[in-house]
Design a protein around this ligand. Sequence first.
Ligand code: ATP
Ligand code: MG
Length: 359
Amino acid sequence: PPIPKSSYKIASIPGDGIGPEVIAAAVEILQALTKKLSTFELEFTEFDWGTERFLKTGRYTPEDYLEVLREFDAILFGSVGSPSVPDHISLWGLRLAICQPLQQYANVRPTRILPGTKSPLANCQPGDLDWVIVRENSEGEYAGQGGRSHVGCDHEVATELSIFTRTGVRRIAHFAFNVAQNRPRKMLTYVTKSNAQRNGMVMWDEVVQEVAKDYPDVSVDHMLVDAMTVRMVLNPRSLDTILATNLHADILSDLAAALAGSIGIAPTANLDPTRKNPSMFEPIHGSAFDITGLGLANPVATFWTASEMLHWLGESEAAISLMDAVEKTCAAGIVTKDLGGKAGTKQVTEAVLGEILKL
Ligand code: ATP
Ligand code: MG
């Protein structure tokens, strides 16, 4: 459990595209909230790590960035990626360069329909879709192993190796069972592709079933990832906590966000459950250059992300108050275009600020 503090140090990395717009909104909300509650403080330090820095210096971060980040209680991240740099360079240059060395092996993605918003699924009401996706965040398909030979030739060969370790699967399975155990329905669905992929995926199945024995109060079922997409669409109520690999959960959580209304509301937490390193909190959406600078970005994903950060810091009362303010704003119909509304980033932020002042 976290140690309560009177002041927490937060590293903010706004990054690229709409990242700076949504992070500025979230910092404003968090400052208003802590001022209103006056039970603890948040001390923000902003870092200009992103594509602009990369284009100037050849690096997204200074060389000692890990030591710098280790001094903080948490990291609030916007997004990274720009049309001027291939995505695999920016992703590995910043986001994965933080998550992997800081051993943020659990990526948690809560998904539900917020009041006043609509799922694209007919007859799916708030309450019918309430999931937590737990994504393995340190190995698997994104281990970065593989290579290319004879680049550009017709006989070019490229490999992309997935790395699954028993320890890696076991620790994320324990984490996911803990999440499931602490939710009312105590249900865990784990997702693999062990019919076609007969090594790593079969080990996943074995390890998860082994770990399940430690959680007899959690009901467990298994899905193949292809069938899982169908179940998410046709029977969202039958799911609660979902455990999947790095790649599978990445894809399923974009689907989940869309089914819950918009990618513009979906938060994520990259956690080091051992608490040896700071954890990182970010909206799941990317830099969205098509709407950058237009004032249209939905800040709700980043507000929800900020609430998840407060939960992780042990400030659950503040976390709940923040989500409450966000939900009241959505319920009042003050939502951005992606949710079918007319408000911009600024109006949504002001409405949430108004709700915070009413606390
Ligand atoms: P990246 O490569 O950084 O993931 P992307 O363009 O592939 O970028 P997103 O940035 O997530 O993916 O954007 C996907 C679509 O969703 C875009 O049309 C974008 O405008 C929209 N979108 C993403 N985030 C938001 C948001 N917060 N508010 C409104 N629309 C959003
Ligand atoms: Mg994307």
